[in-house]
Design a protein around this ligand. Structure first.
Ligand code: OGA
Ligand code: MN
Length: 379
């Protein structure tokens, strides 16, 4: 058999890093036969159907955020990863486009924070969508054109804005969390058995075909008993879910457009990474198929044809991942530390340290900052 990811594992080594490099490799491309594909729906000894709470969300509430009735969701758990749940595209036909538009056009607006703010003046990053649409809707001319802002976008933060340098959130750097995304998140988490989830911080990652996200644990939130929610749109990715130590070999799975992950309980603090973007088998998203009867009271507006032309072109080559986090437990507040007074201007001085996800190119030159990126937690 060809080199399988599992044969890379050696005792006492950083097994996660080896498997990360295995899936990231371009030449020759890796063998993908070990990668779990939940969209195929097969259950076995590793993949088991997950139990949901259909009564926690009414069909009308679900439809308002673009979700199928909970009883129709295909939800799975993974043997050996208690608290991990994978929901294979629970969105209604045609309801991903409004969320894609939110990620590209709405959430990129001020007061939200993005990687471009570190390099550019506020007026230059004020309207990323508006400054990109013209170039993105014209067919590429022969000459190599400068990348649009949308193409240079790597991350956006919402709510409590994550400080990449101090790896903390703080009460002093907060802007209102988008109500529509809050509503989507609370319905999904409620259906997974977590009533009362409060979406307080969001990180959107924008991946080009050669981007990756380094090995890390999300531990900056103060209450780890609350789940972490992850939503993906556009191109597919290989997601690696490891253990509490980097010596634990990770499990590889595909994340396709519309897929949702919930990391809770023991799985809330596991190492994970995205070594590779893979082109989506099919990306059929017809925004017009979102039944207009469902749009009464919808949390998100339908997408105009004009906007969809830009969004659909963008996701033909890119992936967007949204993670939603509850930072504080009920009644909890931030501890008073010097870093809670840090502003974004302070953070901006650590330039070049914010490439998340890292691009393939820079990864080659600066392996340490791409494979073990920004948020890598060493053990
Ligand atoms: C994160 C994360 C995974 C992904 O943002 O912390 O792990 O699929 N994202 O992009
Ligand atoms: Mn993460």
């Amino acid at each position: 058999m060809a080199k399988m990811a599992t044969s890379m594992v050696q005792n006492g080594e950083d097994a996660f890093r080896n498997i990360f490099k295995f899936y990231k490799r371009r030449n020759p491309p890796p063998d993908f036969s070990d990668v779990i594909d939940f969209s195929k729906g097969a259950v076995g000894d590793r993949i088991v159907p997950a139990v949901l709470k259909p009564s926690a969300v009414s069909d009308v509430e679900a439809a308002r955020v673009g979700l199928q009735p909970v009883r129709d969701w295909r939800a799975f758990s993974l043997q050996g990863y208690p608290g991990f749940m994978f929901i294979s595209n629970p969105f209604l036909q045609g309801s991903q486009p409004p969320w894609v538009r939110q990620c590209l056009k709405t959430y990129t607006q001020k007061p939200n924070v993005c990687n471009l703010d570190m390099h550019m003046s506020p007026s230059d990053t004020e309207d990323i969508w508006g400054k990109s649409v013209h170039a993105l809707s014209c067919p590429p001319s022969g000459k190599r054109e400068a990348k649009t802002l949308l193409e240079r976008l790597r991350w956006v933060t919402l709510g409590y804005h994550y400080n990449w340098d101090t790896k903390t959130y703080s009460s002093s750097h907060y802007t209102p969390f988008p109500a529509d995304l809050h509503s989507l998140s609370s319905h999904i988490t409620a259906a997974c058995g977590f009533p009362g989830f409060t979406a307080e911080a969001g990180i959107l990652n924008y991946y080009r075909p050669d981007s990756s996200l380094g090995i890390h644990v999300d531990e900056s939130e103060l209450d780890h008993s609350r789940p972490l929610l992850s939503l993906s749109f556009g191109q597919s990715a290989i997601f690696l879910l490891g253990g509490l130590n980097r010596q634990d070999p990770p499990t590889a799975m595909y994340m396709h457009s519309g897929d949702v992950m919930v990391m809770s309980g023991q799985s809330r603090l596991l190492y994970h990474a995205v070594p590779r973007i893979v082109s989506a088998p099919t990306l059929e998203m017809d925004p017009s198929s979102w039944s207009s009867s469902l749009q009464d009271g919808a949390a998100v507006e339908p997408v105009s044809e004009e906007d969809w032309a830009v969004c659909s072109r963008y996701i033909q080559s890119s992936r967007v991942n949204v993670t939603v986090r509850q930072v504080l437990g009920p009644g909890q507040s931030f501890p008073e530390t010097p870093s809670s007074h840090q502003t974004r201007t302070d953070a901006g001085q650590m330039d070049g340290y914010h490439e998340r996800p890292a691009d393939g190119d820079s990864g080659k030159r600066k392996r340490s900052s791409s494979v073990d990126s920004v948020d890598t937690v060493e053990t």
